[in-house]
Design a protein around this ligand. Sequence first.
Ligand code: CTP
Ligand code: MG
Length: 692
Amino acid sequence: MSKTCEITGFTNSQQERWALTHGQLTSNSKSQTSEISSTVSEKLSKEVLQFISSQEVSKSITARKEGIIKDLKKRFDIKFRGSKLTTFGSSKSGLGLRNGDVDLCLEFTGEKPKKVLNKIARMLRDDGMEDVTLIAHAKVPIVKFVDQRSKIPIDISINNSLAIYNTKLLKAYSDCDSRVRPFVLAIKHWALHRGICNAAYGTFSSYAWTLIALQSLQTTKPPVVANIQQGSKRNLKVIEGTEYDLTMHDNPRTLLEENNSQSVGELLINFFESFSQNWPWDEKVISIRSGDMIARNKKKWKQQKPHILDAVIDENNLRLGKHSLPIEDPFDTLHDLSRVLRPEGAMDIREEFLRAFKILNEGGNWNKLTKTKFPELVNDSPNTDLFEDLRMMESQDVKDKLGELQSELSVLESELEIRNNERKNAIDMSKALRKNAELQKEENKIANTLKPRREKIEQVKKQRDSVNNNYIPVYWIENEMSKVFERLTEQVDLMRVPSLQKEKELFSWFFELQSMYEHSKKTRELHNEFKKLLREQKNALSELENVKDSGNDISVFGDFANFDELAHKLLLEMNPMHNEKRKLKREIGRLEAWLRISSRKNSPKERFNNKKRSGRRNYTKKRNDINMAEVKSRAASGGALSLSDLDALLNSGGISSITNQQSNGSNRDKKKSKKKNISPHRGNRGRSRKNI
Ligand code: CTP
Ligand code: MG
């Protein structure tokens, strides 16, 4: 069991992690007086201003950002007709660090915001963007992603109009005084590198730190900036059903009564001193809308349980009571930006204020003050040089890497092909099984007709046979009848008159035949029907055979639904592989492009063209004819030089090259320096092509 402090309840590791806070909470004398000399503040000012100049966003990054926004706009115009894409956040307010994200707001009411964000996320993933994340449950749902080429992080939110207004407010503050930007950026940079600027990890958001910084500039004596939201004429606007007071003063500079002449260094020292020595949040709420911190009571933002200290000592508690370190949003005044804090995050914030002030008190510098605590959480600066990592690589290494990627691609492609074939087979099987199922239905239908027909055949046969078991063909009866009839009706030869007996027999035979005829006719009808039914039965049986023949016996393979499922599973497996393939292809394209560019730059033709561009073309040929070693030795010994000699000498490194040659004359070194001069990242051409 680790030991706990009786006063704070901190365990040993907590006492270590928040040593300064622990010290402050357990010591009697709460505040430490500032002993920071003017030399420290002057040095800090200088360092901060130097840091700010390094934060200027390069033209290439700006161009890349604009390109991304333009491209997204085009895509959204098609996908979400009538939508509007607006940039907000630090890239618009001017209060952004070089590695800050691009915040975009899509105004679109045609579909539900979450559905729109889902569609955007899918689109970006299909485009091969990196780290596409949908944060659907935040107060403002967003899609985050990283531009795969420049590594610029981008956030897209939907109908986040209020943020567009608060960005305008921040910009107005930034425009008030030239110290606002360096001051705010210094605080944002410090917070970011000290691991306390990440709402997702339970510390303040970048926006919250901007508000804290601005409040400090409003409350320093005399203030550097006035409260811009003041003015008698109020601008009320309804956004998504809620009314907001969006008043902003037209000319805020006129609001200041006194001039503050402190340097950025002094302002920063004051900032760290006031937050570390007089922790404001026990009693107050940060409120730039009011121009000063306001009392918790007045705002009715009482700190709710669990309080920070209680929450951190309870190991099972990850939650912090509401309004722990309250910061009021300037427009959405019901919104407290501290609601994202977690107990440990809030403690880290307090510890970092104390650490910063201690470092400044000890005369520490900017680098120490902002030493990166969690490198993995700090975004690398955006990179718009597509070939940055390749410029220092030997071309053979690039070729080797290219070879590796190409074989990786071919493995991936064959794996994809296998899956694709498997999927095709699964689809074919599913189709065949479906067809089989249909055939089965057909077969059953035919088979169902067989039995009743068979019964009918039996019945007709029985009837037929019962009518006349000794079936005499009708045509024979008809013939016989007509013969008898003729005999009975023919002219009688008086000499051979038939006997009466004979005539009686003929008559009775005729009647017999007549009755036979009736029977036989009935039998014939029944017989015909019998034949018809037999024919039908025969046809049905052969049809049945056909149906059976056209379906293979594949039911042993299972149900078609199993194959549908398999095809779907394979498709899901193939999707990330396609993304990987796209990535590999892009990287292969990039390496090939670099090899092309660098070989062009090293080719004699290119060198010739470069010289042509630099206006020295006329002498190139001649110089090639000149013996440079001889010219250099003549120059070194003070001998006579012609104009062509002089030009050749200047082009081969000038007078200094003579001394270099004399001091490091080895061939190997000569080769080295030549290689350096023509390396692909040097020269104007290299620079201008950097961002292709
Ligand atoms: N925003 C907001 N409410 C929040 C967080 C952010 O209204 N709780 C708005 C603000 O307009 C803010 C913008 O969203 O400027 C972007 O937020 P974020 O990227 O956190 O801040 P930035 O000021 O852009 O800072 P960074 O340079 O770090 O991107
Ligand atoms: Mg931002």
